[in-house]
Design a protein around this ligand. Structure first.
Ligand SMILES: Cc1cc2nc3c(=O)[nH]c(=O)nc-3n(C[C@H](O)[C@H](O)[C@H](O)COP(=O)(O)O)c2cc1C
Length: 192
């Protein structure tokens, strides 16, 4: 049997990995897409993250499981103490202060459409210190789902999205713990 680090994408996994991406002093949830021996991000050009990736050529993928931070970074800015600056390959980057695992990627724009940047990522630093296992919790998963839909819903008010969000709200109430319930309260405030 191969070791965990045998994967081309390590420490990410094949498919889409939901992380909190930090670019300069900015944080937002983003998907790291791992397929066909390529690590990529597809970033809407309306986001600050897209602008900052173009400016800096670096992005840090913070690997965390806190639902509250996913919601807060999806809809608002963090306090400056919640980000920690450090240097990698003579370049200053930021990570979430509370993250104990992250990957610093150098980014290259592969494609730029009116809507999105398609960004190729190459790891320059991998720090993994998390030692605990995280069992699957459907409440946490549903916070992630509701947040993804919520970031679109705030702009469109699309009733189909609202229905999807409501489904996930029920699941969070049924399966979530204290942190998921706090994240849910914040999410509902942000989306109004
Ligand atoms: C779990 C999750 C994953 C997301 N993945 C992406 C993504 O891959 N690309 C993207 O452009 N937006 C993605 N979003 C939406 C952005 O996080 C959201 O639009 C955010 O407000 C952008 O923030 P910014 O403008 O401050 O960069 C995702 C949201 C969530 C909750």
């Amino acid at each position: 049997m191969g070791s965990m680090s045998d994967s081309y994408f390590w420490p990410m996994q094949e498919g889409i990995n939901e992380v909190i991406a930090t670019t300069r002093f900015h944080a937002a949830p983003m998907g790291i897409i791992c397929r066909d021996e390529r690590v990529m991000m597809a970033v809407f050009r309306t986001s600050h993250t897209a602008v900052l990736i173009e400016e800096t050529g670096m992005v840090v993928a913070n690997i965390i499981h806190d639902p509250v931070l996913f919601v807060r970074t999806a809809f608002s800015d963090l306090e400056s103490a919640e980000l920690t600056e450090f240097e990698v390959a003579d370049t200053k980057v930021c990570r979430l202060s509370c993250a104990d695992s992250w990957v610093v990627y150098r980014s290259r724009i592969e494609q730029k459409t009116e809507l999105k940047l398609l960004v190729r990522l190459d790891p320059v630093q991998i720090i993994l210190t998390q030692t605990t296992m995280t069992p699957i919790n459907r409440g946490l998963n549903s916070i992630i789902e509701a947040s993804v839909h919520g970031t679109r819903y705030v702009n469109t008010r699309d009733p189909d999205l609202k229905q999807l969000i409501d489904h996930h709200v029920d699941l969070v109430k049924r399966c979530g713990g204290e942190r998921e319930l706090l994240a849910l309260r914040l999410l509902l405030e942000y989306i109004g």
